[in-house]
Write a protein that binds this ligand. Structure first.
Ligand code: FAD
Ligand code: MG
Length: 366
């Protein structure tokens, strides 16, 4: 009701009742959305900016209701609890399961949504206590992560796709869902003919168009060594019409006996990835991305996977011509290493500015 009131009052303000046409860049709406356990900021421009911003929020809330692991009624929770039975899934979940299958294959299992039981054992799925599981427990849970969801086809011709999981198996879309949400939000912005927007979904940014003054959007990359300090960036990206997704161990972690354990799990060990990287940012344009048509999801999946792989494997992956069909990699990277370097792939060299106060050495890689 409050939302409706705000919406109506903003609409009244924007109605061109006084005769003068509305300057699309003067009409702006900014809303904060608390969803998926993160603070999201949606800023839209244009005459329909309030309606567009709230339609973005609806998209996020709809996906959260479907994909949350902490909501027992979500589709993901019901699939996880189905005990091997095939279950009909929504179009969104069906797309995400197929995308996840592809990213698992393309990253040699570094990205694996079936790692969910291991994520839960560490307490990173939300709702459980943080703890260090025993090796024996991890070994058992890693067995469950060997297989993913199985497509069982529709019940009848034209029906919804059905998927099943083996008993005890579970999926976690925490490494993919916000990127997919950004893809869907792009569709909303286009539908509402928004000329420019800045969408920040907790580490996932969609820079749509540029700023009203014609300059690109400035996207700060958190310095993993200075979390908690305001505006402590390792560097700033200047982006127009791009997705930028960052994965870092600093985004969710706990400490025990002087050791830090974070939420990005290496499926080869069951432990938080210890790859020498402290943050990975994947940047792509708004086009087809890797051909899937979901460049936001692509950036999210690869930010998680390349963090697991480490610098050398990540750069080999980025350079791998067989991977990208001779077309070149559809994304660029900012890698921050434990030993104090920021490595930026060449496509971003003229769009990245190092923040000297971080003390990092800077290199451009090709
Ligand atoms: P990324 O860096 O992109 O990926 C890391 C996340 O992916 C991990 O947190 C884990 O979820 C998963 N993951 C870890 N290792 C791998 C791997 N090797 N391959 C694939 N995936 C991996 N948190 C709460 O505490 N309470 C909530 O109610 C809650 N609700 C949520 C609802 C939704 C729909 C989503 C998408 C997330 C929710 N979360 C919640 C947050 C979630 O648990 C993660 O913390 C968050 O998604 C991590 O975001 P990120 O961008 O930092 O992850
Ligand atoms: Mg991710």
């Amino acid at each position: 009701m409050r939302r409706l009131a705000i919406y109506v009052s903003l609409l009244l303000l924007l109605l061109p009742g006084c005769g003068a046409p509305v300057d699309p860049d003067e009409a702006q709406e900014s809303i904060q959305v608390l969803a998926m356990d993160t603070a999201m900021l949606i800023t839209t421009y244009g005459e329909r900016s309030p309606a567009a911003a709230y339609a973005c929020e609806d998209t996020i809330r709809d996906l959260e209701a479907k994909l949350s692991r902490t909501d027992p009624d979500s589709e993901v929770s019901r699939l996880n609890a189905a005990g091997g039975e095939a279950m009909e899934v929504s179009e969104d979940l069906g797309i995400l399961l197929e995308l996840a299958k592809y990213y698992r294959r393309s990253t040699g299992d570094a990205f694996n949504i079936a790692i969910a039981p291991v994520v839960s054992a560490w307490g990173f799925a939300g709702g459980e206590e943080y703890r260090v599981p025993s090796q024996e427990e991890l070994d058992g849970l890693l067995e469950l992560a060997q297989d993913g969801p199985i497509y069982q086809g529709p019940q009848s011709h034209g029906g919804a796709a059905r998927y099943s999981l083996g008993p005890g198996q579970a999926i976690d879309l925490g490494g993919l869902a916000k990127g997919y949400a950004a893809d869907k939000i792009l569709g909303v912005l286009q539908e509402y003919e928004v000329p420019r927007a800045n969408i920040s979904l907790g580490g996932n940014v969609l820079a749509y168009g540029g700023r009203p003054d014609g300059a690109p959007w400035r996207v700060g990359i958190q310095d993993p060594a200075r979390v908690g300090e305001p505006n402590a960036f390792a560097g700033v990206l200047e982006l127009t019409d791009s997705f930028a997704v960052t994965s870092g161990g600093y985004q969710r972690y706990f400490e025990e006996n002087g050791k830090t354990y974070h939420h990005i799990i290496d499926p080869a060990t069951g432990y938080p990835a210890d790859s020498g990287l402290t943050s990975v940012t994947v940047v792509a344009g708004l086009g087809e991305g890797d051909g899937s048509g979901f460049p936001g999801a692509m950036c999210d999946a690869y930010s998680t996977a390349l963090f697991v792989m480490g610098e050398e494997r990540a750069l080999d992956f980025w350079r791998d011509e067989t991977m990208w069909g001779g077309q070149g990699c559809p994304f660029d990277l900012v890698l921050i290493t434990e030993d104090g370097r920021v490595a930026v792939t060449e496509g971003l060299a003229d769009r990245f500015t190092l923040d000297e106060s971080g003390g990092y050495a800077y290199e451009v890689v090709s």
